[in-house]
Design a protein around this ligand. Structure first.
Ligand SMILES: NC(=O)c1ccc[n+]([C@@H]2O[C@H](COP(=O)([O-])OP(=O)(O)OC[C@H]3O[C@@H](n4cnc5c(N)ncnc54)[C@H](O)[C@@H]3O)[C@@H](O)[C@H]2O)c1
Ligand SMILES: O=CCCC(=O)O
Length: 498
């Protein structure tokens, strides 16, 4: 592994940062926080401050919700085609500015530019997908079984929403909520993660330029999330909370949301098992493992967290996987040679390292990596651990870093038991040449999503989400818009009998 040198900001990077709105977006205007406070956004490759942005307080949160509530009725009455065309324009604009979005994401989050470009394409796709869904929201009309009455069913927007997003996919996690909310006719307050708010700010500006009316989307970045969102969740005018983030925070927000019986969507943490059967194509499994483990430096809810490998192929898989992991070039994401960026901050890196040291203390062996990388920034060596004992802490907690613990199994039943031995159920990966076995695993593993001989399966057209403590609700696909709608039934006497 090599770490490339950290660099100062280039002229282009400085110019891009200078174009990012630094205020709070409330009722179509970027403004300072009522307190006048700001906070710093850092480059995780260097620890340098990139930009100071407004730090919202409770008063700003309230103003944002006031703005969303004020325009909800008018926005809900907007023709679906109008909403669709705003989304479609936004898709075109984000796509035209893909390089700006990618660079900004790389600067604030650290992912290599090539991956950031991938996220721009992925994130933009939610805008296109939901521009197409906005005009295809159908109800139904039927007669009751007795023939005495008619049943009319329509879909309506749930109303003002609070959207809370994490730092790891700064564009896609925002568009995956904002686009269906717009398509359904909801207004919203977005609270982006304070570690990576800049992409959301640039995106919100694009939404304004695409013609989104003032007040429909409001953005409150803050370092005091609970103080800003807590009162909103207790406000009876709020109708929906959509949260993407960790399970502990989601659990707490769910409890808070119970006061007003708020509609909730929860996209929470994962602990994905990656199963390699004895009949798998090992080269394909290693490639899949690289993608499932190292996408976003392992900082993805979908990241493979536990590698469960049949004992007869475990050594071959581990050796080939470790060789590829060890050959990764780590560095600042803007360097074209970089394949792996830094972790988001020192706290995250320390957590990753403590999981590794605990596993080593429990008897595991690091066959590559196992330590911090030297130099500035929060880099961690890509690491493969063999001989990890079932029950180790690293198998029960989200690693959120480039570390792959390998556990062996003897047969299918044992593989399923290991895979299901977690409170999470977001995604699982299965590598086998036996299609029936693959589908059997889908039946037996408790998971919202499964990659069959595939290490990355995220797609705007697919329903993304988990079971167990990975959350509830689905984002993307035809299910995604339903999270922002409620079903209304209107009953009346059958006119034939009048
Ligand atoms: N299932 C998914 O789709 C998905 C996608 C991305 C990330 N994640 C999960 O997110 C986690 C990583 O993201 P993170 O570190 O930003 O998670 P986090 O839970 O710490 O924070 C997520 C968001 O919640 C906010 N927040 C934190 N405490 C809050 C509070 N008390 N009240 C209101 N808001 C609060 C944060 O500021 C941030 O905006 C991982 O667990 C990952 O698996 C899940
Ligand atoms: O971090 C989790 C989200 C990843 C994805 O949408 O593919």
């Amino acid at each position: 592994m090599t770490v490339t040198a950290a660099t100062e900001l280039t002229e282009r990077e400085s110019a891009l940062l200078a174009s990012v709105p630094t205020g709070l977006l409330i009722n179509g205007q970027w403004r300072s926080a009522a307190s006048g406070k700001t906070f710093s956004v850092e480059d995780p490759s260097t620890g340098n401050v990139l930009l100071e942005i407004a730090d919202a307080g409770a008063e700003d949160g309230a103003a944002a919700l006031d703005a969303a509530v004020a325009v909800q009725e008018e926005w809900a009455a907007t023709a679906p085609r109008v909403r669709a065309e705003i989304l479609r324009r936004a898709f075109d604009m984000v796509t035209a500015r893909a390089e700006d979005f990618a660079l900004l994401m790389t600067l604030e989050m650290g992912k290599p530019l090539a991956e950031a470009r991938g996220e721009v394409a992925y994130g933009a796709e939610f805008l296109r997908w939901f521009s197409e869904e906005a005009v295809r929201s159908f109800g139904r009309y039927s007669t009751n079984p007795e023939g005495t009455a008619q049943i009319l069913v329509q879909k309506k927007p749930v109303g003002p929403c609070l959207l809370i997003t994490p730092w790891n996919f700064p564009l896609a996690m925002a568009t995956r909520k904002i686009a269906p909310a717009i398509a359904a006719g909801c207004t919203m307050v977005l609270k982006p993660a304070n570690l990576t708010p800049l992409t959301s700010h640039l995106f919100a500006q694009v939404m304004i330029e695409a013609g989104l009316p003032a007040g429909v989307l409001n953005v409150v970045s803050t370092t005091t999330a609970g103080q800003v969102t807590g009162p909103l969740i207790q406000d009876t005018r709020l109708r929906k909370l959509s949260f993407t983030g960790s399970t502990p925070v989601g659990r707490r927000l769910l409890a808070d949301a119970s006061t007003n019986v708020l509609r909730t969507s929860m996209e929470l943490g994962g602990n994905a098992p990656f199963l390699v059967f004895e009949d798998a194509d090992i080269e394909a499994a290693v490639d899949g493992a690289m993608a499932a483990k190292l996408r976003n430096m392992g900082e993805a809810c979908t990241a493979a967290n536990r590698f469960l490998v049949h004992e007869s192929v475990a050594d071959e898989f581990a050796t080939k996987f470790a060789a590829k992991m060890g050959a990764m070039t780590t560095g600042r994401g803007t360097d074209p040679a970089t394949k792996l960026g830094p972790l988001i901050d020192g706290k995250s890196r320390d957590k990753v390292h403590s999981l590794v040291t605990d596993a080593l203390a429990d008897g595991a062996r690091a066959i590559t990596g196992g330590a911090h990388a030297e130099g500035p920034g929060y880099f961690y060596q890509p690491t493969v651990l063999q001989g990890v004992e079932p029950g180790s802490r690293i198998l029960s907690e989200e690693i959120f870093g480039p570390v792959a613990p390998i556990v062996t199994f003897k047969n299918e039943d044992e593989a399923v038991a290991l895979a299901n031995d977690t409170e999470y159920g977001l995604v699982a990966y299965v590598f086998t040449k036996d299609h029936n076995r693959g589908l059997r695993m889908a039946n037996r593993i408790e998971t919202g999503m499964m990659g069959l001989n595939a290490g990355v399966i995220s797609n705007a057209a697919a329903p993304f989400g988990g079971v167990k403590q990975s959350g509830m609700g689905r984002e993307g696909s035809i299910e995604g818009i339903a999270e922002y709608q409620y079903t209304q039934y209107i009953g009346f006497p059958n006119p034939n009998n009048a």
